[in-house]
Ligand binder design. Structure first.
Ligand code: NAD
Length: 500
């Protein structure tokens, strides 16, 4: 299928793909696939005001009915899974199963949110005063701005949108300027769900704005966007987070990761190798949860490196649309340059680098293809502590578990982590108060490929936000404590007397 056919199958018309100012390239072959219209920054106040109007209507719709819209969105996504997955492959360069997997993640969060729409539970709380009761209730807040990164061009929107909508909040989405087409195709699916849902859904409930940082900044700066969910680099989050806080908005930040695996002497090495390869080279190392560091016990490290370098040699790198390809392209040539520069720095730090070179044969011309790299490091130097968004796996050794956990935690980021061990004490220590400091910590499973049922996010420079499952929905609502007096007395709390 040509690039054009993929976009047409996803419902995008010729006029939407031409005549605009934003040039969109496919990482598969670097070809320009569209020139889309960008949102005029001058229109942002109107767009935000429309979302505020939608909020005033949508908050009155009962939550289970709001869930019905998300149920319909899930149905429409099921029907469009292949078409939308193909646009993810075209625009983000993911292999076919990962493109489809991303849409499946959207479907899963819709299913989750539909159930959640009947479970926006508060508490009842015992009052110390006779004839009183206390409770805690949850209420919609207002429009939620969603700024997303190129590497999960649609799933992150759905994590936020499915929950925001059931919680009573309209959404305004600013996708990465590298992936506006998947966003436009997703909005077609949303429009079909809205049409089936009917008149209860106000205009402006789910809007899309296209452009770069300046369009995102309009959402960041507006007091009429009380929740701002931003996914991307730590650099972006360090600008966006304080600006949202300054105006007393609520930021939900999902930023960079530098995820590690500790491999203990008792680990099932074959399982560890499979987990390492999937999580280090999947999506060409461009997942926020990609495995970037292996901290292996010195007694097994050489064996592990031998197994890994062998497994890496047989990895099929190439056109992500082709059956059998496991490693597609990097998003662009700059990304490949950053990878080469990081490997150069590592060499300067005394590393032994296996792989990592540009791949130019048997791949489409114009794409930035690379052989994933295994890099033996003498220690955890500054380059290892930096997130390079490419398939570089640094391998380091340790002697004592305390030392391994300290190394795992000694990076600025705190997203995902894992340990491979059959030793229960080591596993439980890793998950304990003195173990991993990350938002995600796993045992005998890699750091990436999270299920939507758990809360997703991380600590430190990863930003502290939580999205997706568990009680992440609370991030999209305001909490209210209520005290009701059903007696004919007016007792004060804490025994205070105030007779008038
Ligand atoms: P990026 O920071 O370059 O861009 C992300 C988004 O932020 C884009 O939409 C961009 O236009 C917008 N943006 C940039 N500056 C802005 C500003 N000043 N104001 C408002 N918006 C602004 O990131 P990227 O290269 O697209 O994505 C890769 C990064 O995202 C990696 O660091 C990765 O770890 C991270 N990521 C994190 C998660 C997570 O859940 N923690 C998920 C996916 C990606």
């Amino acid at each position: 299928m040509s690039h054009k056919d993929v976009l047409t199958a996803a419902g995008l018309s010729e006029s939407e793909l031409t005549g605009g100012t934003l040039s969109v390239h496919s990482p598969i072959d670097g070809a320009e696939v569209a020139r889309v219209q960008e949102t005029d920054p001058a229109d942002m106040p109107v767009i935000i005001a429309r979302a505020q109007d939608a909020f005033r209507a949508w908050r009155k719709v009962p939550a289970p009915r709001r869930g019905e819209l998300v149920r319909l969105l899930g149905e429409e996504l099921r029907a469009s899974k292949h078409e939308l997955g193909a646009v993810v492959t075209l625009e983000a360069g993911k292999i076919v199963s990962e493109g489809l997997g991303e849409v499946q993640e959207m479907i899963d969060i819709c299913d989750f949110a539909v159930g959640q729409s009947r479970q926006l539970y508060g508490l009842t709380i015992a009052s110390e005063r006779p004839g009183h009761h206390m409770r805690e209730t949850w209420h919609p807040i207002g429009p939620c701005g969603i700024i997303t990164a190129f590497n999960f061009p649609v799933a992150v929107w759905s994590w936020n949108t499915a929950l925001a909508l059931i919680c009573g909040d309209p959404v305004i989405w600013k996708p990465s300027e590298k992936t506006p087409l998947t966003a436009m195709a997703t909005m077609k699916v949303m429009e079909r769900a809205l049409k089936r849902f009917g008149d209860d859904a106000p205009d402006g409930l789910a809007q899309l704005v296209i452009g770069g940082a300046e369009i995102g900044e309009a959402l960041v700066a507006s007091e009429d966007v009380p929740i701002l969910s931003a996914t991307g680099s730590t650099r972006m989050g360090s600008v966006v987070g304080p600006k949202v806080m300054e105006r007393w908005g609520r930021p939900i930040l999902e930023l960079g990761g530098n995820n590690a695996m500790i491999v203990a002497p008792s680990a099932d090495l074959d399982m560890a190798v499979r987990a390492i390869v999937f999580s280090a080279v999947g999506t060409a190392g461009q997942r926020c949860t990609s495995l970037r560091r292996v901290i292996a016990h010195n007694s097994i490290k050489d064996d592990l490196v031998t197994k890994l370098t062998k497994a890496y040699q047989s990895l099929p790198v190439g056109d992500p649309r082709k059956d059998g390809t496991l490693v597609g392209p990097l998003i662009d040539a700059q990304s490949r340059e950053r990878m080469q520069a990081a490997l150069e720095t590592a060499r300067g730090d005394g590393a032994i680098v296996h792989g990592g070179e540009a791949v130019t044969s048997d791949v489409p011309d114009g794409g930035a293809y690379v052989a994933p790299a295994v890099v033996e490091m003498p220690s955890q130097t500054e380059i290892v502590r930096t997130e390079t968004f490419a398939p570089i796996l640094y391998v380091m050794g340790y002697d004592a578990m305390d030392e391994a956990i300290a190394m795992q935690n000694d990076v600025p980021q705190g997203l995902s982590s894992c340990i491979f061990t059959l030793n229960m004490r080591e596993a439980e220590t890793f998950l304990s108060d003195v173990g991993s400091d990350c938002g995600i910590a796993n045992v005998n499973i890699g750091p990436s490929g999270a299920e939507i049922g758990g809360a997703f996010g991380g600590e430190k420079e990863t930003g502290g936000g939580r999205e997706s499952g568990s009680d992440a929905w609370k991030g999209y609502m305001r909490r209210q404590t209520n005290t009701v007096n059903y007696s004919d007395e007016l007792p004060l709390a804490q025994g205070v007397k105030f007779d008038i």
